[in-house]
Design a protein around this ligand. Structure first.
Ligand code: CAO
Length: 415
């Protein structure tokens, strides 16, 4: 079966996490992704957080599946020529260097257009144009500058970053959408274009509901579904909401049986309005279904803490999986807090290819997250990440270099 992006060639000039997640997705959709790395060193993540000496780290392998790796010193004049040949052959150049690095290498937008007017140049940067545009940025900086940290955590504690890599992998996703959109526009316009995904913008896009709440707060001075209501105080900015639901259906994380020893024996419980009577029945508080203090969503808002305390008295008598089973019977929305260990061992995720076991020549078998986006006509097969420079000779031959030329370039330190 052919793949959705068959025939699309990506010059992958990305490193660390944000860019590589983007190009990995494109590879999973069938693009030929040629990762350019520096000889001898490669993407810095190859050696970061290593769990086996001298073997590509899980950090690297889990972000660079289905790609080919070539080594080019793009600051060497002959290496530059090889990169130029690749630019002429590829459809998209993806990069996430520090601001200005590509220009300093001599590959400005104007130069790239001269070489290939159909080329799409896609970049991740920490910030868009403005006061911070020249800054280097990592994940947690983006979470802080994009509004996630100030709105995450509990009211009586400091801002908190989340384990979900919304700055890196989130921006990679945004960039991938920008790239396929630009490829589509090119089918009409015949021209390439620049695609920019700034990490601050990507995080803010994912924190959209908090900008909604900022404006609600400014208009009304209070947000009744936040845990600060009715006894706490609201300031000028959206406060941290603990585990409150981001939407109109109040929710909270509640203890389940075993919580004393198991840090993940918890369930997320949503008091969805249409199933309120069923919730009351399940927890043995039938009278709340008709009591005017509890019967309507508006009446319940001032009592949310008490309501969740009462529900927790019930959830603490069940394991999170027992509670799930009972609540699902009544269509009560809830979700177990799953540990990474539980997720890794979950058979249904293995079956759908969301968790995949991959074999690697120097590492052996390891688990990774497969393609979370499933296309019925373009299924994803996850193949291992490339060793450093594994495909240099193959790609050089495709560019028309003879083995002798390749060997001379290698001696000159260009590849
Ligand atoms: N041959 C020769 N030189 C190369 C090369 C190659 N194949 N590949 C990279 N280089 C050079 C670059 O040209 C750059 O040189 P100059 O500084 O002289 O211009 C140099 O390597 C280092 O690039 P960098 O500044 O991007 O790398 P860094 O490790 O110092 O910074 C990071 C890393 C991530 C902070 C920075 O790249 C950045 O801010 N990127 C944009 C935002 C981003 O994607 N952040 C998320 C990273 S994932 O957590």
């Amino acid at each position: 079966m052919s793949k959705a992006l068959d025939g699309v060639r990506i010059l992958d000039f990305t490193h660390v996490q944000s860019g590589p997640t983007c190009t990995q997705l494109l590879a999973w959709f069938g693009a030929d992704v040629i990762k350019v790395e520096r000889a001898g060193a490669g993407d810095i993540t190859r050696e970061q957080l290593r769990d086996i000496p001298d073997v590509d780290s899980l950090y690297f392998t889990m972000l660079n599946h289905n790609k080919r790796s070539v080594t080019i010193d793009t600051k060497n004049p002959e290496g530059k020529q090889v990169l130029e040949a690749l630019i002429q052959k590829c459809d998209v150049l993806v990069e996430n260097f520090a601001p200005g690095a590509l220009d300093r290498m001599g590959f400005t937008w104007e130069r790239i257009q001269e070489l290939n007017p159909r080329m799409i140049v896609a970049s991740v940067k920490g910030f868009g144009p403005g006061p911070y545009e020249d800054c280097k940025v990592y994940e947690n900086v983006a979470q802080c500058a994009g509004g996630a940290a100030s709105t995450t955590g509990f009211d009586d504690g400091p801002p908190v970053v989340t384990g979900a890599q919304i700055g890196d992998s989130g921006t990679g996703l945004h960039l991938a959408l920008g790239i396929v959109t630009a490829l589509y526009q090119r089918t009409h316009s015949g021209r390439g274009q620049r695609v920019l995904a700034a990490m601050q913008d990507g995080v803010l896009n994912l924190c959209r509901v908090k900008l909604r709440d900022q404006q609600r707060l400014e208009r009304t001075g209070v947000m009744k579904e936040y845990p600060q209501y009715p006894n706490g105080k609201f300031g000028e900015a959206v406060p941290r909401a603990g585990n409150a639901s981001g939407g109109g259906q109040p929710g909270w994380i509640l203890k389940c049986k075993g919580w004393e020893t198991d840090p993940n024996a918890y369930i997320y419980f949503i008091t969805q309005a249409p199933v309120w009577a069923k919730i009351c029945n399940v927890i043995g508080k039938e009278e709340w279904a008709t009591d005017p203090n509890y019967a309507t969503p508006a009446a319940r808002l001032p009592h949310l803490k008490d309501i969740f305390a009462e529900i927790e008295r019930w959830t603490m008598t069940k394991t999170k999986f027992e509670a799930m089973q009972i609540l699902n019977k009544y269509d009560i929305p809830c979700g177990p807090i799953l540990s990474m260990k539980e997720i890794a061992e979950e058979p249904s995720l293995r079956k759908t290819g969301t968790i995949v076991e991959v074999d690697h020549p120097t590492r052996g078998k390891y688990l990774t997250v497969g393609n979370p986006i499933k296309l019925s006509d373009s299924p994803t097969e996850v193949t291992r990440s490339p060793l450093l420079g594994e495909h240099t000779d193959e790609v050089m031959a495709e560019l028309g270099y003879s083995p002798e030329q390749v060997s001379a370039l290698r001696t000159a330190g260009a590849i």
